[in-house]
Design a protein around this ligand. Structure first.
Ligand code: PLP
Length: 360
């Protein structure tokens, strides 16, 4: 008997493969590998050390994430994609060589008033139509002049923006955002970056000096298609195992609330993963798992530590057999499409209880 609890199996060869795919798509651009949120749930220590020789820098959302990379020995540039949150962050960023986005007046003033050991590299964030972060187009010249004049800011500025609809291939909104970005930065000195995964895959004109891949590095498509269609390989396989296989009579319910009642005599498999591991609780009927070469449906409610599957009356599965919740055999995008959740959510909501195993 050998039963394994919920485990994320992580493949460094898949991660390296995906970087090569990205480089083929955008051969003239440098890469900021986005490793925020624990490298999208894949383990930031693992991901950053595999990626460091292959990319030109890293992007994170929190200073704490940047410092964790430095503590882990990462020496390449690190960019705070949302900028810093407090003037107190600035001296720490200066000594740890952490670059920042500036997207508002408050951040600019904090930089102007700081006393720093050395200048910080700044990327001016321009709102080209996402209308979430960034300075308005009409403010760009003013910010540019003030950034240029600020002694706490390294002389080589960068410019960034972000697409809101890059996954919509039939929308002209992305082209519109791109041309606003190009116009706003025309005749200004500095490298430019606007493309995240959607831009990299679908909008070659948007690659510019730096691309910022996130989800596609992990082998997952940014839209409802499957990553494989773009040549990507999933880095994570989420697995667990059968901890019980039970004879089940016709008409018997299974699990909390007895919401599912078996229409036939069958065998129920109990899998050691639940919402306490980050597997979603509210899933529609017939959401599948992969077991011994086939898909079987989850039946009854997902509980905290377990879920139940209908293995079928003639099944041969035994306790200890591996169950795949998502991975190459069962793309996470299919689970996302089925549940109405984003793949981004599924991977970042896994909890620390899930074990990690590095498979190659
Ligand atoms: C998260 C993020 C990215 C990466 O986005 P993906 O869709 O995962 O590629 C790129 N740029 C910024 C500013 C981000 O916040």
């Amino acid at each position: 008997m050998n039963m394994k609890p919920a485990t994320a199996k992580i493949s460094s060869s898949a991660l390296k493969h995906n970087i090569q795919v990205i480089k083929q798509k955008a051969p003239n651009s440098k890469i900021i590998a986005v490793v925020k949120a624990n490298a999208y749930g894949h383990g930031v220590v693992f991901a950053s050390s595999v990626l460091e020789p292959l990319v030109d820098g890293f992007g994170v959302a929190r200073l704490e994430e940047a410092l964790a990379l430095r503590a882990n020995g990462i020496i390449k540039p690190i960019l705070l994609l949302e900028g810093f949150f407090s003037p107190k962050d600035l001296p720490i960023m200066a000594v740890s060589n952490i670059q920042t986005v500036v997207h508002n007046e408050e951040q600019l003033v904090a930089l102007e008033q700081a006393e720093l050991s050395n200048p910080i590299k700044v990327w001016l964030k321009i709102d080209t139509g996402m209308h979430r972060l960034g300075v308005h187009l009409a403010q760009v010249d003013d910010f540019y002049q003030r950034l240029k004049a600020c002694e706490n800011i390294a002389p080589e500025l960068g410019f960034v923006s972000h697409f809101s609809r890059a996954d919509e291939l039939d929308s002209d909104y992305t082209q519109c955002q791109l041309s606003r970005f190009l116009t706003a930065t025309e005749n200004k000195v500095g490298e430019r970056s606007i493309a995240a995964s959607g831009g990299i895959l679908f909008w070659a004109d948007s690659h510019l000096d730096w691309i910022r891949p996130g989800i596609i590095m992990y082998g997952i498509s940014p839209n409802e298609r499957i990553g494989k269609e773009y040549g990507l390989k999933p880095v994570m396989t989420l697995t667990s195992s059968l901890i019980a296989v039970r004879e089940h009579q016709q008409g018997e319910p299974v699990g909390y609330g007895g919401v599912w009642v078996s229409p036939t005599k069958t065998k129920i498999g109990v899998v050691a993963i639940g919402y306490g591991d980050g597997y979603p609780r509210n899933i529609p009927e017939n959401t599948p798992v992969y077991v011994n070469g086939r898909l079987v449906p989850i039946v009854g409610r997902v509980s905290m530590d377990m879920l139940t599957v209908d293995l079928g009356i003639n099944s041969q599965d035994v306790v200890g057999d591996e169950v795949i919740l998502w991975g190459k055999e069962l793309p996470i995008e299919e689970i996302a499409n089925k549940t109405g959740l984003l793949s981004y959510e599924l991977i970042t909501k896994l909890t620390p209880r899930v074990l990690t195993e590095y498979i190659d």
